[in-house]
Write a protein that binds this ligand. Structure first.
Ligand SMILES: *Cc1c(COP(=O)(O)O)cnc(C)c1O
Length: 230
């Protein structure tokens, strides 16, 4: 059953890439496994997926030893500085940096662990009060502030678009994200690459790919609806 879900998502990713004249290998499909048991993750792993997204540091800590070492864990949710210790040696990337304070704390932990953590800066493109992330017009300034920190490397931007039944509603935000990414990339800031745009979830990943996403984060479309009751 999960295999069929994955095949459907994969086919839609392929089609969206084709419509946009992009190669399939320009887009990384991250299977968002938050709240889902290890057995389900293993099922998707067996189909060849290696990138999984989680939004709670403790969940990465718990699942990490239960899955093969070649799984890449993406920290996609809001991160509190006191939880960095759970992910610093386990996550391959933090998608959700939205303050200098957090970047600095990740930097310190990474240096201590002798690694370099790739990070994305989370942008609140639609200015929603309920969402984390920096305003688009503050993004470059934050990146310039973060860039010199040791143990951390800015590799692009991430956004969570508004919830909507019509993915076309979010096209404008994805397009503006791409523009912001290109504009900041053109500044050639030291230690900043801007190669990644993490945007698009189950409801809107096809539109996000058409507008330039390099990473899409799909949970429900692969694993089914989440139940927070358990
Ligand atoms: C849960 C989550 C997703 C996946 O959402 P779906 O709608 O289930 O695909 C993607 N990104 C973030 C940051 C999330 O927290």
């Amino acid at each position: 059953m999960l295999k069929e879900n994955l095949l459907i998502v994969e086919e839609k990713v392929v089609q969206a890439c084709a419509r946009a004249g992009r190669n399939r290998d320009e887009v990384l499909l991250i299977a968002v496994s938050k709240t889902k048991p290890v057995e389900m993750i293993e099922e998707i792993y067996r189909e060849g997926i290696r990138d999984f997204g989680e939004n709670h540091p403790q969940e990465i800590r718990e699942k990490f030893p239960q899955l093969p070492a070649d799984v890449r864990w993406h920290m996609i949710g809001h991160l509190q500085t006191n939880k960095i210790k759970y992910i610093i040696e386990r996550a391959c990337m933090v998608h959700s940096v939205d303050s200098f304070h957090l970047a600095e704390a990740i930097s310190k932990a990474a240096v201590k662990s002798n690694r370099v953590m790739p990070v994305l800066v989370e942008v609140n493109m639609a200015g929603e009060e309920s969402k984390f992330g920096v305003a688009p017009q503050e993004t470059e300034a934050l990146i310039r502030q973060i860039a010199p920190l040791p143990g951390i490397r800015v590799e692009g931007l991430m956004t969570i678009a508004p919830y909507t039944d019509n993915p076309e509603d979010n096209r404008i935000y994805f397009r503006e994200m791409k523009k912001l990414n290109v504009d900041i990339g053109a500044k050639n800031i030291d230690n900043v690459s801007m190669r990644h745009l993490s945007m698009g979830m189950t409801g809107d990943y096809e539109v996000a790919i058409e507008e330039g996403a390099t990473m899409v984060r799909v949970g429900t479309g692969i694993f089914g609806a989440r139940s927070y009751a358990v």
